[in-house]
Write a protein of this length. Sequence first.
Length: 507
Amino acid sequence: MCNDDSFISRRGLFVTGAAAALTLSSVSFAEAADAADTGTTATTKVVRGTLPPGSPDFVYLPVEIPRGVAEIRVSYTYEKPQVPAGTQGNALDIGIFDERGTALGGEGFRGWSGGARGEFFIRGDEATPGYIAGPVRAGTWHIALGPYTVAPEGLPYAVTITLTYGPRAATPKPVYPPERAKGRGRAWYRGDCHLHSWYSDGRRTPAEIAALARAAGLDFINSSEHNTHAAHGAWADVAGDDLLILLGEEVTTRNGHVVALGTDPGTFVDWRYRARDNRFGHYAREIRRAGGLVVPAHPHATCIGCNWKFGFGEADAVEVWNGPYTPDDEVSLADWDSMLVASVRSGRRWTPAMGSSDAHRDPDPVGTPQTVVLADDLTREAVLDGIRAGRSYVAESSAVSLSFAAYGGRGRHAGIGERLRVDADDPVTVRLEVTGAPGRTARIVTDQGVLHTATLPAEGTGTVEWRTTAAYAAYVRAEVRHPAVVPIPGLPGPLAAFTNPVFLGND
């Protein structure tokens, strides 16, 4: 029997956490023994309220969980009124923290679905994708509401909470994918490090993604669900000798997204802060302590909250190309090139570039684009080492392959991500070899800009050479471009591939 108890919630009067947060009045339920006396096996309560414009980033609804609960199930709805053009409407995210609390970086996180789902459940042996299975222990749990945007008239919402009483189901121990696949020794390996399954806002299963990755010619992928690590235990069955699966998270803050790439299994990275809270450096270090890389994603994307505002001082790499090539990718590429110039000027570490598909659902192609990494083997450690060192290039598909290097006298040479140590006036030959790019334009780019262009043969295979000195070019990198969509002088076409730089000189 289900008891319905609807009421209007009252907002608490205190603010907590780094990002602004509001805690509502708590919701209490009967003990299991008391419910059993009335023959009740489940109890439901409904909380209604309205969030005003200017609401904090997170609104916590405390739920007092009694002993003897086997499952918690939550659903929610909210009004989406029509608003004038240019005005933000209503969008409300949801997640949950257990009795261990809502402290930033704490152990209480039990799941997040953002705005992708209208309901979820958690019990000992299973949970909705995006949520962590396990016991529903007694104590104060918190449903986390995230008012992403609020219409001028406010955001009316209703949250329905159902507790089912009974014995707890056993929680299975998670099994994670292996950190090694069958490689080819030191070789170039292709990967897509930004993908979404139904464990966040994607629509594909891990098995479907793995099949598409294999079809796209990929050697490795990275699990990167929005604000949850719940998918980490879902990939073991679809990994194999031919496909290395790394584990991570897309940390989705209100001031930009960052891919935690290749972290230890089970690593959760908190996202509840803005740039002004000065917390990002702490969580970037947490990613690295978990063995992963910090990769700001689509830094110039135009969606609300997507534009990167944390700076790049903590970045191990940056996702310059995200999905099918668009104008915001062109801006990201130009911004990254400016960062290369700044690193030359300052003598500080440079930030390698990456590309990933960010595929969510059909018809989003997996592996468009893909990062091609020179690694010592097909292992988590070797692939991350190659990305961190910038020994990589980005291609629109497995059909496109590049070889790029700079050559000096006496047999000296350096490949992508390396430095050719030559004196300022020593002659340097730059060589780009391309396959799979019929009729495309190859460009050699330096800290002075584009200094050489050539049209590749119609059959798609060709070699481009250019001569320079370290005095004239502090670094060289290559781009392969499609013809311009709009033939305006100086306007390049979309990328088909690009490389990380080769640096020239003894500095």
